[in-house]
Design a binder for this molecule. Structure first.
Ligand SMILES: Cc1cc2nc3c(=O)[nH]c(=O)nc-3n(C[C@H](O)[C@H](O)[C@H](O)COP(=O)(O)OP(=O)(O)OC[C@H]3O[C@@H](n4cnc5c(N)ncnc54)[C@H](O)[C@@H]3O)c2cc1C
Length: 205
């Protein structure tokens, strides 16, 4: 399927959202493939919510990446080849257990989709979001996310068990949802309450 780029948004330092015109039914938290050419194909979480009338993904530029260099050349009106949606890291709106969302860097993307969905649908679902970034300049979507605690690793160090307990006092009662680079997901899930954690790793970071 092809999708036309209708908007490109600078969200934070080196982070862009690409809004696409495409008909795709998806659940908050799912991902799709974007193929730029035969050798350049990546997974991206859909950072828009199904309540919005565009399909969006959000990613970070890396100088060493041929994929990102090619993507940053794309302009409004260009078409991308997409395939999806896929994935089980999805919001079950019937489950009203309070959530603790923990995002590492660009791992914020599924949570942006889920939180926007909860807000647009006016669901009663308590969500606390802990968002670990190197610095606030790299915190995409921060202005629109509520009940958010940003942890700047260059000032505070990594988001460890102590900080989670400090910033989310009822952490034991919540179901934990963790997304980010594999090392961050592995470290964080190792101290989550047993049986209460769901995670998604962004392989490639
Ligand atoms: C389910 C899922 C959802 C994702 N959602 C997002 C998102 O919303 N936003 C976002 O920016 N990124 C997302 N990613 C990661 C994305 O697909 C890229 O891997 C990432 O953006 C790095 O791409 P790059 O071109 O900068 O790095 P590259 O130059 O492609 O790769 C950097 C290094 O990682 C290795 N690598 C890259 N991809 C993989 C892979 N799939 N498996 C194993 N090794 C790999 C390369 O060999 C290289 O060593 C997601 C990944 C997964 C699996």
């Amino acid at each position: 399927m092809t999708a036309k780029i209708i908007e490109i948004i600078d969200e934070a330092k080196d982070i862009r959202s690409f809004r696409l015109q495409a008909k795709m039914d998806y659940l908050p938290g799912q991902w799709f493939y974007i193929k730029l050419d035969e050798n350049l194909k990546h997974h991206f979480t859909i950072s828009s919510s199904p309540t919005e009338d565009f399909l969006q993904f959000t990613t970070k530029f890396r100088e060493e990446s041929d994929y990102k260099k090619a993507l940053w050349q794309r302009k409004i009106g260009d078409e991308l080849e997409i395939n999806g949606p896929f994935g089980n890291f999805v919001l079950d709106e019937k489950d009203t257990t309070p959530r603790l969302f923990i995002a590492g860097g660009i791992g914020i993307t599924p949570f942006r989709s889920m939180i926007k969905y909860v807000s647009d649908k006016q669901l009663t679902l308590p969500i606390k979001l802990l968002y670990s970034v190197k610095s606030k300049a790299e915190a995409a979507f921060a202005a629109e996310l509520s009940d958010l605690r940003i942890v700047e690793t260059e000032k505070e160090g990594r988001l460890d068990k102590e900080k989670i307990e400090k910033y989310c006092l009822d952490w034991k009662e919540r179901s934990w949802w963790v997304c980010g680079p594999p090392a961050m997901v592995e470290a964080t899930t190792s101290f989550a309450p047993t049986g209460k954690v769901t995670s998604e790793e962004f392989i490639g970071y």
